[in-house]
Design a binder for this molecule. Structure first.
Ligand SMILES: *[C@@H]1O[C@H](CO)[C@@H](O)[C@H](O)[C@H]1NC(C)=O
Ligand SMILES: *[C@@H]1O[C@H](CO)[C@@H](O)[C@H](O)[C@H]1NC(C)=O
Length: 204
């Protein structure tokens, strides 16, 4: 009996320990990946149209074999500080589970130390903001184990802007509204003219 109680308590303790595991923090990751993107500094990319080419590789300054646990790499589009200001929903958190800096996935690939690149057309649903690109390496348990980014530690260099579709097509929408207003007016105009014609025909 005592053994059973002991066993139950031990399992309870163990499950508590497991469920309170803290997850991976960004500050615990080493920057072993080199990431670069093709954009020119300051260029504005149009969502749904423009492309960006990203290359990534293992930084060979680190010892060979340190990447033996890397299984996959995910490239993400991340908000620069200027686009996080006053926006709690894009806030950086050192606990990666809670971090909202990098919300848009670009691609997920099996890990390879070199010759990685992708030419990505900015997706249509990307909002207007200033961004950088980060790559996370994951182990077989799908936990982040390393990263790289195309900007410096302060997230200040090599940023680029994306312009959302909505802003761009606003003038087109205005034109569409004007055009339909014009059709309604002309419809009434014709109706009015027809009625006048009919009336004057009656008078004759
Ligand atoms: C590779 O890592 C070293 C050590 O962290 C760093 O000094 C160097 O700038 C990195 N190389 C590139 C191309 O980022
Ligand atoms: C780009 O990727 C292809 C394979 O997808 C590879 O053969 C090529 O070497 C890569 N180029 C660079 C510059 O990394």
């Amino acid at each position: 009996m005592a053994a059973l109680v002991g066993f139950l308590m031990a399992s309870l303790l163990l499950s508590c320990l497991v469920s309170t595991s803290y997850g991976v923090t960004f500050s615990s990751l080493q920057k072993t990946l080199v990431v670069s993107a093709s954009h020119q500094q300051g260029k504005v990319l149009k969502a749904g149209e423009d492309k960006i080419t990203v290359t990534w590789s293992y930084n060979n300054t680190f010892p060979a074999g340190m990447d033996s646990a890397y299984k996959t790499v995910k490239l993400k589009l991340c908000y620069a500080a200027i686009s996080q200001q006053d926006r709690a929903w894009r806030k950086t958190d050192d606990k990666l589970e809670k971090d909202k800096t990098c919300q848009h996935n670009i691609v997920s690939r099996p890990y390879s130390p070199s010759n990685n690149n992708i030419t990505w057309t900015v997706k249509k649903d990307i909002p207007t903001a200033t961004y950088f690109i980060r790559a996370y390496a994951y182990n077989s348990a799908d936990e982040e184990v390393a990263y790289g980014q195309n900007t410096d530690a302060r997230k200040a260099t090599n940023l680029f802007q994306i312009e959302a579709i909505s802003g761009r097509h606003a003038s087109l929408d205005i034109a569409a509204v004007c055009f339909s207003a014009f059709s309604v007016v002309s419809l009434f105009g014709f109706f009015f003219l027809e009625r006048r014609k009919a009336k004057s025909a009656q008078l004759k």
